[in-house]
Design a protein around this ligand. Sequence first.
Ligand SMILES: [Zn+2]
Length: 100
Amino acid sequence: MKSVSLIVVLFAGLSLFSCNNQSKENKAADTTTVAKTDSVKFTAAMVDNKRDPSCGMPVSAGIGDTAHYKNLVLGFCSKECKDEFLQNPGKNIAAADLKK
Ligand SMILES: [Zn+2]
């Protein structure tokens, strides 16, 4: 009888252990998800322009890079378009189709 109760205790201990392991794994998975979210590209909702001022592409099609100009966050399809904009932002801003 003693050995039976010992097995029960052991089993209970083991399942507690596996529960703990599972929650740890879940936490690790959550961290991975957060890290992925951090590296996720900008969305059209996060920028103040509707169009990439350099090529005219709607930012909703995808934002590859952003630039701060005055108090605005501008989205661009690529770093090249951002660089082009920054060469003459005062002139190019008109093509950005600002939301505000
Ligand atoms: Zn572009």
